[in-house]
Design a protein around this ligand. Structure first.
Ligand code: GLN
Length: 496
């Protein structure tokens, strides 16, 4: 960073290494302006354009907002995230800013409205820097299915691995934080899309309890599983953003009213003794050298913070993945029916008749993975197969909800690795889609049960790539998840 903002330091820290709270101090003391701050992030984005992190960089509107932020700061009316630069996954509808969901069918879609969550950020004075790359319609675990091409994992690039994926589907948002394009980023998590890329890029990624954030204005994938969430470098920064974006919303009937969640404040509470569950079935499932490292690290951290380790049981854990793929694809097939080339989105040229227009618009507009999922989801919902697939998957889902609830009678939190391995190479999972689906082994049970979970970088693979640990709480224990994560974060530092 060679810009004005980069020259400002807080004690020995460079501006881009500061936390949100530290940046707020620098902004308040006029050591740096919001405009300089935003410019420095865009300079960083320009230097690393090869990573393909942004689908649309929102520089113009960002700088206009930064000027407004500087006025607020000058007038002493700074809001909760005044002048703080945040990147947004490109499946959040943003008024007057192109929103593509990384799909050709929405290549030129410019929403006339703002999602609830991004509106909350704007109302708090945040600067939305740009719209980040993702797997098409958030379907994937690598960001490779984007119509706009894959994103490169910045953490890998720094280590000399030039073609590792950042994870997905919110790969662009995780990469934006890891590469210093913004201090935090929004993602969405249907089956792991915040936690898995956080693990691959070595940042913190938090998926709240289903319903803590409004889904209104987020392009739907699987509505009973989708949830908004946050990437940042520290747990404290996640808390600062969560305080702004959480809350019930009349426009989303599945959002939770009267939550009374206060994340930053929760982090100031004195620690209490934690009982941490290690699920036996998960320890066995899909163990790799990488997951062994994460489990060992989890034990070391638990010992370091004086937590009690308790064996818990999640017998149906292994059925979560197939159940997830039936439920998510069923819902996706219904949600994506709206892209028909009639009301908005891409329309095929010169159709023979209206049926041809639908067919061509959809087959030209959707990529292969999305088409595969629509077909599979239509199949599992069709008469004759509904009972065998969809209904059965719902039964598995119920069992998983029940098993988690039982486990939480014994413990406060459950831990497990975020991913079976560290970031893989672009193209390495291209032959068989099931290989990609297996990436979600550890993340999907959490979505099926609607639980809050955070991925925290705790260890490294043999090649030095980051590995995340998930801390999973019971429903609406989101504050406890962040409190525990902050203690784990400190322990990771102390343990070295
Ligand atoms: N990888 C999972 C899937 O492809 C999860 C995606 C997500 O959370 N959006 O469905």
């Amino acid at each position: 960073m060679s810009d004005a903002a980069a020259n400002v330091s807080l004690s020995t820290k460079r501006f881009e290494d500061c936390t949100i709270a530290e940046q707020q101090t620098l902004l308040a003391n006029k050591h740096v302006s919001a405009v300089e701050s935003a410019q420095s992030y865009f300079a960083q984005a320009d230097r690393h354009a090869n990573l393909n992190i942004y689908i649309t960089d929102a520089r113009e509107s960002a700088l206009a907002r930064a000027r407004v932020s500087d006025e607020h700061i000058a007038n002493g009316t700074a809001r909760a995230l005044e002048g703080i630069s945040i990147a947004v996954k490109d499946n959040y509808c943003t008024k007057d800013i192109r929103t593509t969901a990384a799909s050709r069918i929405l290549e030129n879609f410019v929403p006339t409205y703002e999602s609830t969550v991004t509106q909350k950020l704007l109302d708090a004075g945040a600067i939305l820097t740009g719209k980040t790359n993702l797997d098409e319609f958030a379907m994937g675990s690598s960001t490779e299915s984007s119509f706009f091409g894959p994103t490169i994992n910045p953490t890998g690039e720094k280590l000399g691995f030039k073609t590792l994926v950042p994870g997905g589907s919110s790969g662009g948002s995780a990469a934006a934080v890891a590469a210093g394009f913004a201090i935090a980023a929004l993602g969405s998590d249907t089956g792991g899309s915040i936690r898995q890329p956080a693990s691959f890029c070595g940042v913190v990624g938090f998926k709240p309890t289903y319903g803590v954030c409004s889904r209104w204005g987020i392009i739907a994938y699987a509505s009973s599983l989708d949830q908004a969430g946050v990437f940042a470098k520290t747990v404290g920064d996640v808390a600062a953003v969560m305080d702004v974006i959480c809350g019930g919303d009349a426009k989303d009937s599945t959002s939770i009213e009267n939550q009374n969640l206060a994340f930053k404040q929760a982090l100031t509470q004195p620690p209490r003794k934690l009982r941490i569950g290690f699920p036996a079935q998960v320890l066995k499932a899909g163990a790799t050298a990488d997951t062994d490292r994460v489990w060992q690290r989890a034990r070391d951290i638990a010992a370091h913070i004086g937590a009690e380790i308790v064996d818990v049981s999640l017998p149906t854990f292994k059925s979560a993945l197939p159940a997830y793929y039936v439920i998510a694809l069923s819902e996706a097939s219904s949600n994506l029916a709206r892209y028909d080339g009639v009301r908005y989105g891409r329309r095929a040229s010169n159709p023979r008749d209206i049926i041809d227009m639908y067919e061509k618009s959809r087959s030209e507009g959707f990529g292969p993975e999305v088409r595969r999922r629509i077909m599979a989801g239509t199949f599992t919902l069709s008469a004759g197969y509904y009972d065998a697939y969809y209904l059965k998957a719902q039964k598995v889902r119920n069992k998983i909800v029940h098993e988690f609830a039982e486990a939480y009678k014994q413990v406060d939190l459950i831990v497990m690795p975020t991913t079976p391995s560290s970031a893989f190479a672009i193209g390495s999972h291209a032959k068989d889609p099931v290989e990609m689906y297996l990436e979600d082994l550890y993340t999907v049970p959490v979505n099926l049960a609607g639980l809050p979970a955070i991925s925290l970088p705790v260890a490294h693979s043999s090649s030095g790539m980051p590995l995340g640990l998930q801390i999973i709480g019971r429903q609406l224990s989101d504050e406890l998840v962040l409190q525990a994560a902050a203690r784990f974060e400190a322990a990771v530092k102390a343990l070295g």
